[in-house]
Design a protein around this ligand. Structure first.
Ligand SMILES: [Zn+2]
Ligand SMILES: [Zn+2]
Length: 238
């Protein structure tokens, strides 16, 4: 956090250096990201990611949208618009905040997008199967995504039983956990641990972590062995 002198913000451990939450999902043929954060450009530069076929959006909060302009680098490579998948709530925000990308008279250099509206039905991005999972971020519906045996859920603090069933059976779950203290719209660490335990997921990683949660090594030491804090650059193979 800008201007903060806490243990996490002053830590020299690279695992305490957290950019905004997003993941890159890759198969042999297809690459997609979930959300374009304000850090999207640097996140792509940092791993020298040359290929991106699609963006899946979870919800319209700016920490999950703000990097959209920088998909234009991929427009230059592919000479075609980027497929972006969003529910109606997020679509409305995208059309409002990025009006210049949806205008009939677009000036050169704006991101070129092909918006695909999604709800709760499964779909394919290239060869990657996607099952949307609707979770609640206080009152806002947010999409999590299950890709085969891997599920990614961010910005949730409540999940209805019928949606929990869509997560059950995953081999790996990435789940948001903001801090230990209660929060209006994010799971606490204990709530996230309890949900992962209830769903009996064999490998669990927590994401969307606030500096208020504490240092990576000390929080990890408190967790059950099959649960860990995620960190920037973590790679998982399913
Ligand atoms: Zn949010
Ligand atoms: Zn967020």
């Amino acid at each position: 956090m800008i201007g903060c002198d806490c243990m996490v913000c002053k830590s020299a451990d690279p695992k305490d250096k957290r950019l905004r939450s997003s993941i890159l999902v890759q198969s042999a043929e297809t690459s997609l990201v979930v959300d374009t954060t304000p850090d999207f450009r640097y996140q792509m530069l940092r791993i020298n990611n040359r290929k991106l076929d699609a963006v899946l959006y979870t919800h319209p909060h700016k920490d999950h949208l703000a990097g959209l302009d920088d998909i234009r680098a991929y427009n230059y490579f592919t000479k075609k618009p980027m497929d972006i998948y969003a529910n109606t709530l997020t679509e409305e925000a995208l059309r409002r905040d990025y009006y210049y990308a949806f205008s009939d008279t677009r000036y050169p250099g704006v991101p070129e997008v092909n918006l695909i509206n999604i709800a709760d039905q499964p779909f394919l991005v290239g060869d990657i199967p996607v099952l949307p999972v609707e979770v609640l971020h206080y009152k806002m519906p947010v999409l999590g995504f299950r890709f085969g045996d891997f599920t990614y859920i961010t910005d949730a603090n409540k999940i209805e039983d019928s949606e929990k069933e869509k997560i059950r059976g995953s081999k790996i779950l990435v789940l948001n956990s903001l801090r230990k203290e209660p929060h209006l719209s994010h799971f606490t660490l204990q709530e996230a641990v309890d949900l992962a335990t209830e769903l009996d997921i064999p490998a669990v990683y927590f994401t969307h972590i606030s500096h208020q949660l504490g240092q990576h090594h000390s929080i990890n030491a408190e967790l059950p062995t099959h649960m860990q804090l995620a960190y920037d650059g973590l790679k998982l193979v399913v």
